[in-house]
Design a protein. Structure first.
Length: 297
């Protein structure tokens, strides 16, 4: 496989910051996304390269290995281990204890990747494939129930089931959907980070939901029925007489689903906000004045 300069792919230089990398990736991913370039093989290839470059350079540890080892960055740890083993095995010779010669490097890479100038070696070292990372942005309403979704990663469509109750920032690992292994090694994994956007009137804290509901003055004083919204529909509540502003009520099991626990939900907490009537008529003012007099006797 030809060496790919990931910095050139993202059109950045080697001093680029994490923010620079993210901006460059988003700009190019939008430009070459398959949905915007249907049946365009060149755009599809470019999109895969952009994702691959971002997978490496957006991860500080992977970027460090890439800068040091280039196209062999995936095997950086194995290279370092082999160096250390070679240093322990070989006697001290001119040029420093444990130093590598050109011949040493040839033997080392042959043992890792197989093959020599005179023919293949008997054994090869297997390496696990690269892990991929992806972000998925969803509205809060969509993760209230378990559902299926197709995600495009490196140009491949992956059908996955998203469990109800997944949280913002949560990472789910899908085994075997990463990069191909080397020399028959296992595939890497796909790690999906969820970005959950809450555009509802409910605040989510753990598995509990919180909201504020307006309550008119008359119902707060005299009591009565009121219909309120929950996340999955409406319910009717009985208001106790003389309910105070800021009072709270808990609706058990009306919160958010608990992740991977079917049938389990958090609670919904409602805070009453008592509203004062406006544009009073003369008669209403007169009656309120009478009430005021009765309360001050």
């Amino acid at each position: 496989m030809a060496f790919i300069d990931y910095y050139k792919v993202l059109e950045i230089n080697k001093t680029a910051t994490e923010t620079d990398i993210k901006k460059a990736y988003r700009k190019l991913a939008r430009k070459y996304h398959p949905d915007l370039n249907p049946n365009d093989k060149n755009a599809e290839k470019k999109f895969k390269e952009i994702n691959e470059a971002n997978e490496v350079l957006s991860n500080p540890e992977n970027r460090k290995k890439y800068d040091k080892y280039g196209e062999d960055w995936k095997h950086g740890e194995e290279i370092e281990k082999a160096r250390q083993q070679q240093q322990h095995r070989r006697p001290t010779h001119q040029g420093g204890a444990g130093d590598f010669s050109d011949g040493d490097f040839s033997e080392f890479f042959e043992s890792m990747f197989g093959g020599t100038s005179s023919g293949p070696r008997q054994s090869k070292v297997n390496f696990r494939g690269q892990d991929y990372s992806a972000e998925l942005t969803l509205p809060l309403s969509e993760v209230y129930v378990t559902h299926k979704r197709t995600l495009t990663v490196n140009g491949k469509n992956i059908r996955l089931t998203i469990p109800a109750g997944v949280k913002d920032g949560q990472v789910i690992k899908i085994s075997g959907f990463g990069g191909e292994g080397v020399n028959g090694g296992p595939k890497g994994d796909l790690n999906i980070k969820f970005n959950i956007q809450n555009n509802t009137k409910f605040k989510l804290d753990s598995d509990n939901l919180y909201t504020t509901v307006d309550l008119d003055l008359y119902k707060a004083i005299l009591g009565g029925d009121i219909t309120v919204d929950t996340f999955d529909g409406k319910v009717k509540l009985q208001i106790a007489p003389e309910t105070q502003n800021g009072a709270k009520v808990k609706l058990k099991g009306k919160g958010f689903p608990v992740y991977k626990k079917d049938g389990m939900f958090g609670d919904l907490y409602i805070t009453w906000n008592i509203t004062i009537p406006k544009n009073l008529t003369d008669k209403e003012r007169e009656l309120f004045s009478e009430l005021q007099k009765l309360r001050t006797v």
